[in-house]
Design a protein. Structure first.
Length: 353
């Protein structure tokens, strides 16, 4: 007969870690989901079924979930993933829609997403094998700015977007400050960049509807210091351990990534992933930390210091994927003089006599 303990006595804080945290660090699920597993009576510690997460466990104690041993805690890892539109950010979808995790390379370990992108949104999605890291990066108190490129249908101007800087309340839900910059307007379509520090469910779409317009495309460019950069649609690339230590400190033990990035996998339609066309990019040594192009919101004391600015010039990419995600500017090459000092053009020979 299985012994049950409804309120196990917690150990001293310096003798272990919370059971939900340990489960999350093993990459099984988030801390919140771990607490639900405990409430459902699916977690045992040394043969005792738990019904409360108020327990600290020591490294030598045996933890079982559904009578299966908890995987050993591995060094923390983080990946950048270019999510295509048409995938839901969940492990199982009750409606049977394709999920992000069904389209990841098979060599990846079990991972969790840091936050979510909805079905029709695309761009940067961070993945990690550490549920505790995912939870920490999702919290607004990190101060990390999330940046998006947004295509808006409807009549919009900068004055309307400026109203979002003070925050708005829609149907009883309060949305914090959003810094939005209008980039280009063509008739009833416009491109803008949005920057916010807390991403509630469908937040950008809701505030744009509040302005009387509609979002027709949404691409996440950055999540804190981590950038979409040149990552191809559907591709996954691990963030180096040194970068993680620099950005996240020493609270986690980070693993060094393999020398070669994880290859892309097929897109939802079965076609191989191509390069993402038309998104802001720059040629640099570490695209995962390059700031996105386009206007940046004014920096405040609460805004974290971003990585150094890009020094390379933007390059348009050619692919079979949908068209540009935003307005494009003329290539620096096309602006060069055809000849003359520093112009880069071929010198004309004098006529023969």
């Amino acid at each position: 007969m299985t012994q049950r303990a409804s309120t196990p006595a917690p150990a001293a804080a310096d003798e272990g870690e919370r059971i939900a945290k340990r489960i999350a660090r093993a990459g099984v699920c988030s801390r919140r989901d771990a607490e639900k597993l405990i409430a459902d009576g699916r977690v045992k510690v040394d043969g005792v079924v738990l019904t409360s997460p108020a327990l600290d466990v020591k490294p030598h104690q045996v933890v079982l979930i559904d009578d299966q041993p908890l995987p050993a805690t591995e060094p923390t890892r983080l990946w950048r993933y270019h999510k295509p539109a048409g995938l839901v950010t969940t492990h199982r979808d009750p409606e049977g829609r394709p999920t992000v995790f069904q389209h990841l390379p098979p060599e990846l370990p079990r991972v969790l997403s840091v936050g979510r992108l909805d079905l029709t949104s695309e761009g940067l999605l961070l993945l990690t094998n550490d549920g505790e890291l995912a939870r920490r990066l999702e919290l607004p108190k990190t101060g990390w700015v999330r940046r998006y490129k947004v295509r808006i249908h409807g009549l919009v101007n900068q004055a309307m977007l400026d109203r979002l800087a003070e925050g708005v309340t829609i149907d009883g839900i309060s949305y914090g400050s959003i810094i939005a910059e209008l980039e280009q307007v063509k008739g009833t379509n416009a491109w803008a960049t949005f920057a916010l520090k807390e991403g509630k469910n469908r937040e950008i779409r809701r505030v744009v509807e509040y302005l009387g317009c509609r979002v027709t495309r949404l691409l996440r460019l950055a999540y804190g210091p981590f950038q979409l950069g040149l990552l191809a649609r559907g591709a996954v690339e691990e963030v180096p351990a040194k970068v993680l230590r620099d950005q996240l400190g020493k609270s986690f033990t980070f693993a060094e990534p393999p020398a070669e990035p994880v290859r892309p996998v097929a897109k939802p339609g079965g076609k191989p992933p191509g390069k993402a066309g038309g998104r802001p990019n720059a040629k640099m040594a570490n695209p995962s930390l390059t700031p996105p192009s386009g206007p940046r919101p004014a920096r405040s004391a609460a805004t974290p210091q971003s990585a150094p600015k890009a020094t390379g010039r933007s390059r348009a990419t050619t692919s079979a994927t949908p068209g540009p995600v935003g307005p494009s500017s003329p290539s620096p090459r096309s602006q060069r003089p055809s000849s003359g000092p520093g112009g880069g053009g071929a010198k004309r020979r004098p006529p023969r006599s």
